[in-house]
Design a protein around this ligand. Structure first.
Ligand SMILES: [Mg+2]
Length: 441
Protein backbone atom coordinates (compact mmCIF):
# COMPACT_ATOMS: atom_id res chain seq x y z
CA UNK A 1 0.00 0.00 0.00
CA UNK A 2 1.46 3.35 -0.94
CA UNK A 3 1.80 6.25 1.44
CA UNK A 4 -1.00 8.02 -0.41
CA UNK A 5 -3.46 5.11 -0.37
CA UNK A 6 -6.65 5.59 1.69
CA UNK A 7 -6.34 4.25 5.22
CA UNK A 8 -9.11 2.50 7.15
CA UNK A 9 -10.42 4.48 10.10
CA UNK A 10 -8.38 3.73 13.18
CA UNK A 11 -5.49 2.20 11.21
CA UNK A 12 -2.05 2.76 12.72
CA UNK A 13 0.19 1.30 10.06
CA UNK A 14 3.61 2.72 9.31
CA UNK A 15 2.30 3.93 5.94
CA UNK A 16 -0.52 5.78 7.65
CA UNK A 17 1.95 7.39 10.03
CA UNK A 18 4.15 8.50 7.15
CA UNK A 19 1.10 9.88 5.32
CA UNK A 20 -0.03 11.78 8.39
CA UNK A 21 3.42 13.26 8.93
CA UNK A 22 3.67 14.37 5.32
CA UNK A 23 0.26 15.95 5.54
CA UNK A 24 1.17 17.66 8.78
CA UNK A 25 4.74 18.76 8.32
CA UNK A 26 5.44 19.31 4.63
CA UNK A 27 5.52 23.07 4.08
CA UNK A 28 3.15 24.39 1.40
CA UNK A 29 5.96 25.00 -1.06
CA UNK A 30 7.08 21.37 -0.87
CA UNK A 31 3.50 20.10 -1.04
CA UNK A 32 3.02 22.07 -4.23
CA UNK A 33 6.05 20.40 -5.76
CA UNK A 34 5.06 16.96 -4.47
CA UNK A 35 1.61 17.23 -6.03
CA UNK A 36 2.62 19.16 -9.14
CA UNK A 37 1.25 16.32 -11.25
CA UNK A 38 -1.67 15.46 -8.99
CA UNK A 39 -2.17 12.77 -6.38
CA UNK A 40 -0.55 9.65 -7.81
CA UNK A 41 -1.33 6.10 -6.93
CA UNK A 42 1.73 4.15 -7.98
CA UNK A 43 0.26 0.80 -6.92
CA UNK A 44 -2.93 0.42 -8.95
CA UNK A 45 -5.09 -2.38 -7.60
CA UNK A 46 -5.96 -3.76 -11.03
CA UNK A 47 -3.62 -2.72 -13.84
CA UNK A 48 -5.23 -2.81 -17.25
CA UNK A 49 -4.23 -5.97 -19.15
CA UNK A 50 -2.86 -3.84 -21.97
CA UNK A 51 -0.31 -2.29 -19.65
CA UNK A 52 3.26 -2.90 -20.74
CA UNK A 53 4.82 -0.52 -18.25
CA UNK A 54 5.92 -3.14 -15.73
CA UNK A 55 6.53 -1.61 -12.33
CA UNK A 56 5.29 1.84 -13.29
CA UNK A 57 1.81 3.32 -13.22
CA UNK A 58 0.04 2.47 -16.51
CA UNK A 59 -2.68 5.00 -15.81
CA UNK A 60 -0.52 8.08 -16.21
CA UNK A 61 -1.74 10.35 -18.98
CA UNK A 62 0.57 9.98 -21.96
CA UNK A 63 -1.16 12.12 -24.57
CA UNK A 64 -4.17 14.40 -25.00
CA UNK A 65 -5.41 15.22 -28.51
CA UNK A 66 -8.46 16.97 -29.88
CA UNK A 67 -10.25 16.69 -33.22
CA UNK A 68 -12.65 19.18 -34.79
CA UNK A 69 -14.90 17.23 -37.14
CA UNK A 70 -18.04 17.93 -39.08
CA UNK A 71 -20.85 18.66 -38.62
CA UNK A 72 -19.60 20.83 -35.72
CA UNK A 73 -18.10 18.62 -33.03
CA UNK A 74 -14.89 18.74 -31.01
CA UNK A 75 -13.73 15.36 -29.71
CA UNK A 76 -11.02 14.80 -27.08
CA UNK A 77 -8.82 11.70 -27.02
CA UNK A 78 -6.72 10.80 -23.97
CA UNK A 79 -4.26 7.92 -24.01
CA UNK A 80 -2.58 6.46 -20.94
CA UNK A 81 0.91 4.99 -20.64
CA UNK A 82 -0.79 1.57 -20.50
CA UNK A 83 -2.47 2.16 -23.85
CA UNK A 84 -6.02 2.71 -22.65
CA UNK A 85 -7.81 5.33 -24.78
CA UNK A 86 -10.70 7.44 -23.51
CA UNK A 87 -12.85 9.79 -25.58
CA UNK A 88 -14.68 12.93 -24.54
CA UNK A 89 -16.55 15.75 -26.24
CA UNK A 90 -15.80 19.44 -25.78
CA UNK A 91 -18.09 20.81 -28.49
CA UNK A 92 -19.05 24.43 -27.84
CA UNK A 93 -21.10 25.31 -30.87
CA UNK A 94 -19.66 28.28 -32.71
CA UNK A 95 -16.64 28.67 -30.41
CA UNK A 96 -14.43 25.84 -31.62
CA UNK A 97 -11.12 27.71 -31.84
CA UNK A 98 -11.51 29.12 -28.31
CA UNK A 99 -12.02 25.67 -26.85
CA UNK A 100 -9.19 24.22 -28.91
CA UNK A 101 -6.84 26.78 -27.38
CA UNK A 102 -8.04 25.93 -23.90
CA UNK A 103 -7.60 22.23 -24.60
CA UNK A 104 -4.03 22.80 -25.75
CA UNK A 105 -3.32 24.53 -22.46
CA UNK A 106 -4.94 21.76 -20.40
CA UNK A 107 -3.15 19.04 -22.38
CA UNK A 108 0.18 20.69 -21.71
CA UNK A 109 -0.51 20.71 -17.97
CA UNK A 110 -2.02 17.24 -17.55
CA UNK A 111 0.47 14.90 -19.25
CA UNK A 112 1.98 12.72 -16.52
CA UNK A 113 -1.04 12.93 -14.19
CA UNK A 114 -2.83 9.79 -13.01
CA UNK A 115 -5.96 9.50 -15.19
CA UNK A 116 -7.75 7.57 -12.45
CA UNK A 117 -7.83 10.59 -10.11
CA UNK A 118 -10.68 12.35 -11.90
CA UNK A 119 -11.88 14.40 -8.96
CA UNK A 120 -8.38 15.72 -8.30
CA UNK A 121 -7.87 16.59 -11.96
CA UNK A 122 -11.26 18.30 -12.13
CA UNK A 123 -10.58 20.26 -8.95
CA UNK A 124 -7.15 21.30 -10.18
CA UNK A 125 -8.43 22.40 -13.59
CA UNK A 126 -11.39 24.26 -12.12
CA UNK A 127 -10.03 25.76 -8.92
CA UNK A 128 -6.26 25.98 -9.15
CA UNK A 129 -6.07 28.20 -12.22
CA UNK A 130 -7.77 31.24 -10.66
CA UNK A 131 -10.12 31.99 -13.59
CA UNK A 132 -12.98 29.55 -13.85
CA UNK A 133 -16.34 28.85 -15.39
CA UNK A 134 -17.81 30.06 -18.67
CA UNK A 135 -18.29 28.30 -21.99
CA UNK A 136 -14.66 28.09 -23.12
CA UNK A 137 -12.89 26.80 -20.03
CA UNK A 138 -15.78 24.59 -18.98
CA UNK A 139 -16.26 23.00 -22.41
CA UNK A 140 -12.57 22.09 -22.55
CA UNK A 141 -12.69 20.75 -19.00
CA UNK A 142 -15.88 18.84 -19.84
CA UNK A 143 -14.22 17.09 -22.78
CA UNK A 144 -11.28 16.03 -20.66
CA UNK A 145 -13.49 14.91 -17.78
CA UNK A 146 -15.69 12.75 -20.03
CA UNK A 147 -12.61 11.10 -21.55
CA UNK A 148 -11.25 10.35 -18.07
CA UNK A 149 -14.49 8.63 -17.06
CA UNK A 150 -14.31 6.62 -20.29
CA UNK A 151 -10.79 5.54 -19.34
CA UNK A 152 -11.76 4.62 -15.79
CA UNK A 153 -14.67 2.52 -17.00
CA UNK A 154 -12.47 0.74 -19.54
CA UNK A 155 -9.72 0.10 -16.97
CA UNK A 156 -12.19 -1.39 -14.51
CA UNK A 157 -14.33 -3.07 -17.18
CA UNK A 158 -17.63 -1.42 -16.24
CA UNK A 159 -19.97 1.25 -17.66
CA UNK A 160 -19.70 4.73 -16.16
CA UNK A 161 -23.14 4.41 -14.54
CA UNK A 162 -21.75 1.53 -12.51
CA UNK A 163 -19.03 3.83 -11.13
CA UNK A 164 -21.59 6.46 -10.14
CA UNK A 165 -23.71 4.27 -7.90
CA UNK A 166 -25.29 1.77 -10.26
CA UNK A 167 -28.35 1.86 -12.46
CA UNK A 168 -31.71 3.19 -11.38
CA UNK A 169 -33.48 2.45 -14.69
CA UNK A 170 -33.21 0.12 -17.67
CA UNK A 171 -33.80 2.74 -20.38
CA UNK A 172 -33.54 6.48 -20.81
CA UNK A 173 -36.23 8.59 -22.44
CA UNK A 174 -35.08 10.71 -25.37
CA UNK A 175 -36.56 13.27 -27.74
CA UNK A 176 -35.72 14.33 -31.29
CA UNK A 177 -35.98 17.66 -33.08
CA UNK A 178 -38.47 18.92 -35.62
CA UNK A 179 -38.61 22.19 -37.46
CA UNK A 180 -35.06 23.55 -37.48
CA UNK A 181 -34.05 27.13 -36.80
CA UNK A 182 -37.10 28.54 -38.56
CA UNK A 183 -39.89 26.11 -37.70
CA UNK A 184 -42.29 25.05 -40.44
CA UNK A 185 -43.77 21.77 -41.67
CA UNK A 186 -43.37 20.42 -38.18
CA UNK A 187 -46.40 18.17 -38.42
CA UNK A 188 -44.92 16.14 -41.29
CA UNK A 189 -41.60 15.95 -39.47
CA UNK A 190 -43.30 14.86 -36.26
CA UNK A 191 -44.94 11.99 -38.15
CA UNK A 192 -41.50 10.91 -39.33
CA UNK A 193 -40.19 11.07 -35.77
CA UNK A 194 -43.08 8.93 -34.61
CA UNK A 195 -42.23 6.33 -37.26
CA UNK A 196 -38.60 6.42 -36.07
CA UNK A 197 -39.67 5.39 -32.57
CA UNK A 198 -39.91 8.73 -30.82
CA UNK A 199 -42.83 9.69 -28.60
CA UNK A 200 -41.58 13.23 -27.85
CA UNK A 201 -40.08 15.99 -29.96
CA UNK A 202 -38.75 19.47 -29.41
CA UNK A 203 -38.98 22.47 -31.69
CA UNK A 204 -38.10 26.11 -31.71
CA UNK A 205 -41.10 28.08 -30.56
CA UNK A 206 -40.66 30.99 -32.96
CA UNK A 207 -38.46 32.39 -35.66
CA UNK A 208 -36.50 35.51 -34.75
CA UNK A 209 -38.85 37.86 -33.00
CA UNK A 210 -38.82 41.47 -31.90
CA UNK A 211 -38.50 42.64 -28.30
CA UNK A 212 -42.09 43.83 -28.61
CA UNK A 213 -43.57 42.16 -31.68
CA UNK A 214 -47.08 41.80 -33.04
CA UNK A 215 -49.14 39.31 -31.02
CA UNK A 216 -49.96 37.71 -34.38
CA UNK A 217 -46.34 36.53 -34.52
CA UNK A 218 -47.30 33.94 -31.90
CA UNK A 219 -50.33 32.42 -33.61
CA UNK A 220 -48.48 29.85 -35.75
CA UNK A 221 -46.55 28.60 -32.72
CA UNK A 222 -49.72 27.68 -30.92
CA UNK A 223 -51.09 25.93 -34.01
CA UNK A 224 -47.88 23.91 -34.48
CA UNK A 225 -48.09 22.57 -30.93
CA UNK A 226 -51.76 21.72 -31.37
CA UNK A 227 -50.98 19.82 -34.60
CA UNK A 228 -48.30 17.69 -32.97
CA UNK A 229 -50.42 16.94 -29.93
CA UNK A 230 -53.19 15.81 -32.28
CA UNK A 231 -51.07 12.88 -33.53
CA UNK A 232 -50.46 11.69 -30.00
CA UNK A 233 -46.96 13.05 -29.45
CA UNK A 234 -45.64 15.32 -26.75
CA UNK A 235 -43.58 18.38 -27.61
CA UNK A 236 -41.24 20.70 -25.77
CA UNK A 237 -40.99 24.25 -27.09
CA UNK A 238 -37.59 25.91 -27.07
CA UNK A 239 -38.00 29.67 -26.73
CA UNK A 240 -34.19 29.75 -27.24
CA UNK A 241 -33.90 33.00 -25.32
CA UNK A 242 -35.32 34.69 -28.42
CA UNK A 243 -38.28 36.17 -26.61
CA UNK A 244 -38.09 38.95 -24.11
CA UNK A 245 -40.56 39.44 -21.30
CA UNK A 246 -43.36 41.16 -23.27
CA UNK A 247 -43.63 38.29 -25.76
CA UNK A 248 -42.56 35.41 -23.51
CA UNK A 249 -45.38 35.85 -21.04
CA UNK A 250 -47.95 36.11 -23.82
CA UNK A 251 -46.71 32.98 -25.58
CA UNK A 252 -46.51 30.95 -22.38
CA UNK A 253 -50.14 31.78 -21.60
CA UNK A 254 -51.27 30.96 -25.16
CA UNK A 255 -49.50 27.59 -25.05
CA UNK A 256 -50.81 26.62 -21.65
CA UNK A 257 -54.15 25.10 -22.79
CA UNK A 258 -52.27 22.84 -25.26
CA UNK A 259 -50.00 21.43 -22.53
CA UNK A 260 -46.49 21.40 -23.95
CA UNK A 261 -44.06 18.99 -22.31
CA UNK A 262 -42.02 22.00 -21.20
CA UNK A 263 -40.95 25.41 -22.38
CA UNK A 264 -37.20 25.94 -22.60
CA UNK A 265 -35.22 29.12 -22.01
CA UNK A 266 -38.39 31.23 -22.00
CA UNK A 267 -36.08 34.09 -21.06
CA UNK A 268 -32.36 34.54 -21.53
CA UNK A 269 -29.99 33.20 -18.86
CA UNK A 270 -29.11 35.74 -16.20
CA UNK A 271 -32.67 36.55 -15.18
CA UNK A 272 -33.60 34.24 -12.30
CA UNK A 273 -35.94 36.76 -10.69
CA UNK A 274 -37.69 37.53 -13.98
CA UNK A 275 -37.94 33.78 -14.52
CA UNK A 276 -39.61 33.51 -11.15
CA UNK A 277 -42.18 36.11 -12.23
CA UNK A 278 -42.97 34.01 -15.30
CA UNK A 279 -42.93 30.78 -13.29
CA UNK A 280 -45.65 32.14 -11.05
CA UNK A 281 -47.85 33.08 -14.04
CA UNK A 282 -48.04 29.74 -15.88
CA UNK A 283 -48.50 26.06 -15.11
CA UNK A 284 -46.18 24.78 -17.84
CA UNK A 285 -42.94 23.10 -16.69
CA UNK A 286 -40.05 25.51 -17.23
CA UNK A 287 -36.70 24.13 -18.37
CA UNK A 288 -33.38 25.91 -18.63
CA UNK A 289 -29.65 25.34 -18.30
CA UNK A 290 -27.80 24.78 -21.58
CA UNK A 291 -25.94 28.07 -21.05
CA UNK A 292 -25.20 27.50 -17.36
CA UNK A 293 -21.90 26.09 -16.15
CA UNK A 294 -21.31 24.27 -12.85
CA UNK A 295 -23.46 24.19 -9.72
CA UNK A 296 -22.63 27.82 -9.03
CA UNK A 297 -24.50 28.98 -12.13
CA UNK A 298 -27.52 26.81 -11.30
CA UNK A 299 -27.70 27.88 -7.68
CA UNK A 300 -29.72 31.12 -8.14
CA UNK A 301 -32.30 29.30 -10.28
CA UNK A 302 -32.66 26.55 -7.70
CA UNK A 303 -32.89 28.97 -4.80
CA UNK A 304 -35.37 31.19 -6.66
CA UNK A 305 -37.54 28.09 -7.23
CA UNK A 306 -38.18 29.26 -10.81
CA UNK A 307 -37.48 26.15 -12.92
CA UNK A 308 -38.83 22.59 -12.97
CA UNK A 309 -36.24 20.98 -15.22
CA UNK A 310 -32.49 21.61 -15.28
CA UNK A 311 -30.82 21.09 -18.65
CA UNK A 312 -27.08 20.85 -18.15
CA UNK A 313 -25.16 20.24 -21.37
CA UNK A 314 -22.54 17.70 -20.38
CA UNK A 315 -20.06 19.09 -22.94
CA UNK A 316 -20.29 22.54 -21.31
CA UNK A 317 -21.38 22.13 -17.71
CA UNK A 318 -18.27 20.39 -16.39
CA UNK A 319 -18.52 16.91 -17.84
CA UNK A 320 -19.76 13.84 -16.02
CA UNK A 321 -18.25 14.90 -12.68
CA UNK A 322 -20.07 18.21 -12.47
CA UNK A 323 -23.30 17.16 -14.19
CA UNK A 324 -23.84 14.39 -11.66
CA UNK A 325 -23.39 16.96 -8.87
CA UNK A 326 -25.79 19.40 -10.55
CA UNK A 327 -28.34 16.57 -10.76
CA UNK A 328 -27.95 15.71 -7.09
CA UNK A 329 -28.26 19.35 -6.12
CA UNK A 330 -31.36 19.71 -8.30
CA UNK A 331 -32.98 16.70 -6.65
CA UNK A 332 -32.94 18.54 -3.33
CA UNK A 333 -35.19 21.19 -4.95
CA UNK A 334 -37.51 18.61 -6.60
CA UNK A 335 -36.10 19.58 -9.98
CA UNK A 336 -35.63 17.02 -12.76
CA UNK A 337 -32.68 16.68 -15.13
CA UNK A 338 -33.07 16.69 -18.93
CA UNK A 339 -29.55 16.83 -20.42
CA UNK A 340 -29.26 19.26 -23.32
CA UNK A 341 -27.48 17.44 -26.13
CA UNK A 342 -27.78 18.63 -29.73
CA UNK A 343 -24.20 17.37 -30.08
CA UNK A 344 -22.22 14.28 -31.00
CA UNK A 345 -22.21 10.65 -29.85
CA UNK A 346 -19.76 11.17 -26.99
CA UNK A 347 -21.80 13.90 -25.32
CA UNK A 348 -24.93 11.81 -25.88
CA UNK A 349 -23.41 8.64 -24.41
CA UNK A 350 -22.07 10.60 -21.42
CA UNK A 351 -25.51 12.16 -20.86
CA UNK A 352 -27.15 8.73 -20.94
CA UNK A 353 -24.61 7.41 -18.45
CA UNK A 354 -25.87 10.10 -16.06
CA UNK A 355 -29.45 9.17 -16.91
CA UNK A 356 -29.01 5.50 -16.05
CA UNK A 357 -27.77 6.24 -12.54
CA UNK A 358 -29.69 9.40 -11.58
CA UNK A 359 -33.15 9.19 -9.96
CA UNK A 360 -34.32 12.65 -11.10
CA UNK A 361 -33.33 12.19 -14.76
CA UNK A 362 -36.40 12.70 -16.98
CA UNK A 363 -35.40 12.83 -20.66
CA UNK A 364 -32.34 13.48 -22.87
CA UNK A 365 -32.04 15.37 -26.14
CA UNK A 366 -30.84 13.28 -29.11
CA UNK A 367 -29.30 14.84 -32.23
CA UNK A 368 -29.97 11.97 -34.65
CA UNK A 369 -31.17 13.52 -37.95
CA UNK A 370 -31.17 16.98 -36.41
CA UNK A 371 -31.09 20.02 -38.67
CA UNK A 372 -27.50 20.85 -37.70
CA UNK A 373 -26.23 17.44 -38.81
CA UNK A 374 -25.66 18.26 -42.46
CA UNK A 375 -23.24 17.23 -45.20
CA UNK A 376 -23.72 13.53 -44.56
CA UNK A 377 -22.43 13.77 -40.98
CA UNK A 378 -24.81 12.54 -38.31
CA UNK A 379 -24.89 11.03 -34.84
CA UNK A 380 -23.87 7.55 -36.01
CA UNK A 381 -21.26 8.57 -38.62
CA UNK A 382 -18.21 7.97 -36.42
CA UNK A 383 -19.62 5.03 -34.44
CA UNK A 384 -18.80 1.35 -34.85
CA UNK A 385 -21.73 0.25 -32.67
CA UNK A 386 -24.62 2.62 -33.52
CA UNK A 387 -27.09 -0.13 -32.58
CA UNK A 388 -26.65 0.85 -28.91
CA UNK A 389 -28.52 4.09 -29.70
CA UNK A 390 -31.58 2.41 -31.24
CA UNK A 391 -34.74 4.31 -30.29
CA UNK A 392 -37.54 2.06 -29.03
CA UNK A 393 -40.78 3.50 -27.69
CA UNK A 394 -39.07 6.84 -27.15
CA UNK A 395 -36.14 5.46 -25.18
CA UNK A 396 -32.59 4.07 -25.40
CA UNK A 397 -31.81 0.75 -23.73
CA UNK A 398 -29.16 0.47 -21.02
CA UNK A 399 -25.62 0.96 -22.30
CA UNK A 400 -23.62 -2.04 -21.12
CA UNK A 401 -20.17 -1.57 -22.65
CA UNK A 402 -17.22 -0.37 -20.54
CA UNK A 403 -16.69 3.35 -20.08
CA UNK A 404 -19.10 5.41 -22.17
CA UNK A 405 -20.31 2.26 -23.91
CA UNK A 406 -19.67 3.37 -27.48
CA UNK A 407 -16.94 2.43 -29.96
CA UNK A 408 -15.59 5.01 -32.39
CA UNK A 409 -14.02 4.80 -35.83
CA UNK A 410 -10.75 6.52 -34.99
CA UNK A 411 -9.39 6.21 -38.51
CA UNK A 412 -12.37 8.13 -39.86
CA UNK A 413 -12.14 10.74 -37.11
CA UNK A 414 -8.48 11.39 -37.88
CA UNK A 415 -9.00 11.65 -41.63
CA UNK A 416 -12.09 13.86 -41.26
CA UNK A 417 -10.24 16.14 -38.82
CA UNK A 418 -7.65 16.79 -41.53
CA UNK A 419 -10.39 17.74 -43.98
CA UNK A 420 -12.32 19.85 -41.47
CA UNK A 421 -9.13 21.75 -40.57
CA UNK A 422 -9.20 23.25 -44.08
CA UNK A 423 -12.64 24.73 -43.43
CA UNK A 424 -14.02 27.44 -41.16
CA UNK A 425 -15.60 25.83 -38.10
CA UNK A 426 -19.37 25.99 -37.74
CA UNK A 427 -20.89 29.23 -36.42
CA UNK A 428 -24.49 29.98 -35.55
CA UNK A 429 -26.78 32.00 -37.83
CA UNK A 430 -27.10 35.72 -37.10
CA UNK A 431 -30.60 37.15 -36.88
CA UNK A 432 -31.50 40.80 -37.51
CA UNK A 433 -34.94 42.34 -37.52
CA UNK A 434 -36.54 44.43 -40.26
CA UNK A 435 -35.00 47.51 -38.65
CA UNK A 436 -31.52 46.05 -38.95
CA UNK A 437 -31.04 45.48 -35.21
CA UNK A 438 -29.51 42.28 -33.89
CA UNK A 439 -31.93 39.73 -32.50
CA UNK A 440 -31.24 36.69 -30.38
CA UNK A 441 -30.51 33.46 -32.22
MG1 LIG B 1 -32.36 25.21 -26.16
Amino acid sequence: MSANAPQPIGASTAAADISAKEATYLPPSELAIKYAKGIHNHSPAAPHPSSTASGSNPHLIKKIEHFYIRPRWLFVRIETEGGVVGWGEATCEGHTESVQGSLDDMARRLVGWDAMNIEDIYTFMYRARFYRGGPTLMSALSGIDIALWDIKGKVLGVPVWQLLGGKVRERCNVYGWVGGDRPSDVLEQAKVRKAQGFTRVKMNATESIGWLDSPHALDETVQRLADIKAIGMDAGLDFHGRLHKPMAKQLAKLLEPHRPLFIEEPLLPGHPKEMKDLYDKVNIPIALGERLFTREDYRPYFEERCIDIAQPDIAHSGGITETKKIATMAEAYDIGIAPHCPLGPLAFAASLQIGFCTPNFVVCEMSWKMHYNTGGFDLFTYMKNPEVFAVKQGAIELLTGPGLGIELNEELIRSEAQEAAKLDPWINPIFRGPDGAVREW
